[in-house]
Design a protein around this ligand. Structure first.
Ligand SMILES: *Cc1c(COP(=O)(O)O)cnc(C)c1O
Length: 379
């Protein structure tokens, strides 16, 4: 299969049942020590001062954008090669999503394209200290790079451009739990989730750290932002029935938090296993190098291989042959966001983001999960 969610849960069954029993015995289903315990552990894992558990990665993105101060009517820049939750969160925060193309080697936001967007399509307004889009007159309020497939986007240039002109950088780290990035500006390794003003994580079951249901988290070093996310996830109430603002029902379940806390202790080993499996693929696929492009891991990245994605021109044929041999594959993602029916009103056309469009026809995800054996890889 492309992923195996049965084996790891069978291995951890006793530990996970203990979490469930504790919840039943204490009836602590919402909030409480399991949630704060997980939040503290995950903040430490990411190297951030704060972590706020929420009900999904989509909520995490939306709350992070709102708490960071993205204004309704402004523009938030992201990439078209990602899951639609990225733009849903932007739109639901009241902003307008706009795209810049990806880098052809890493498949993540191209810093050069971001720079080009700001310099060609926007004008810097010194009065408000922000970039304003020339045509739409919208203020550029935030940039959302996506750490796709487990690898951090090339953040140095993105952060630098943002520092100069004040859009906020909110990381979409939904696929990158534990991924590291070597900042040449700061000459140190930084962990996904600790680089921008805030970051969003998803604990959807198939992610590197997955709940047994829905879950997500916002990480940040900004105490005030973290407090705003806590308000947003819980109807804007700092105290029960005292509502300072209108929020949402977007909390993390205590049972899910307990499960995530248990699994978090295994995550470093699971991520290491994924890296080893990726290295195996890299060497097993050497003979296929003429027919496919293998994942590129730059010296400044330590990917946690949420997915192992190759580029094959004859993608659909290869995919069919693999299926006929009983091998599962995936396509992440077949249709770039700017060409989705849901966004027809944005007015984008085929050809607007050529790198994304080109790779979308060729990307193929091979089976990747910590329990994948060498024999299976060889087969
Ligand atoms: C999984 C994912 C999300 C959304 O997470 P949910 O928990 O399903 O809401 C957002 N962006 C990316 C890139 C993802 O992979």
């Amino acid at each position: 299969p492309l992923v195996d969610l049965v084996t790891p849960h069978r291995e951890l069954q006793e530990e996970l049942l203990t979490v469930f029993r504790t919840a039943l015995e204490t009836a602590c289903f919402i909030g409480g020590p399991m949630v704060t315990g997980f939040e503290n552990d995950f903040a430490a894992f990411c190297g951030t001062g704060h972590c706020v558990g929420v009900s999904s990665g989509t909520d995490a993105l939306r709350f992070a954008l709102m708490a960071a101060g993205v204004q309704p009517g402004s523009t938030v820049i992201t990439v078209p090669n990602t899951f639609i939750a990225t733009t849903e969160a932007i739109t639901q925060a009241g902003a307008h999503a706009d795209f810049v193309d990806i880098d052809e080697q890493t498949y993540t936001m191209s810093p050069a394209e971001l720079e080009r967007y700001l310099e060609k399509q926007c004008q810097f307004d010194p009065k408000i200290n922000k970039w304003v889009h020339r045509k739409t007159k919208r203020v550029i309020s935030a940039v959302v790079p996506v750490h796709l497939y487990g690898q951090v986007a090339d953040m140095d240039r993105i952060v630098e451009l943002a520092e100069r002109s004040h859009p906020l950088v909110i990381e979409n780290a939904c696929q990158a739990h534990g991924a590291d990035y070597h900042s040449r500006r700061e000459n140190r390794w930084q962990r996904a989730g600790s680089i921008g003003r805030a970051a969003a994580f998803s604990f959807y079951p198939g992610k590197n750290l997955g709940a047994c249901g829905e879950g997500g988290a916002v990480t940040t070093n900004d105490a005030e932002l973290a407090q705003k996310v806590r308000m947003l996830r819980d109807h804007g109430q700092p105290k029960k029935y005292y509502h300072d603002l209108e929020g949402y029902n977007g909390r993390l379940d205590a049972i899910q938090a307990g499960i995530l806390r248990t699994k978090l202790s295994y995550l470093p080993a699971w991520n290491e296993k994924r890296r080893e499996i990726a290295r195996q693929y890299n060497s097993l696929l050497v003979p296929a190098r003429g027919a496919m492009i293998l994942p590129y891991e730059p010296p400044w990245a330590r990917s946690v291989y949420h997915l192992y994605v190759v580029r094959v021109p004859e993608r659909d044929e290869v995919c069919n042959q693999l299926r006929a041999s009983g091998i599962g594959t995936g396509i992440h993602y077949p249709i770039p966001l700017h060409l989705q029916n849901a966004y027809r009103a944005f007015g984008y056309r085929d050809g607007d983001f050529p790198v994304t469009e080109r790779v979308a026809r060729e990307l193929l995800s091979l089976p990747m999960y910590p329990q994948l054996s060498l024999e299976m890889q060889q087969y």
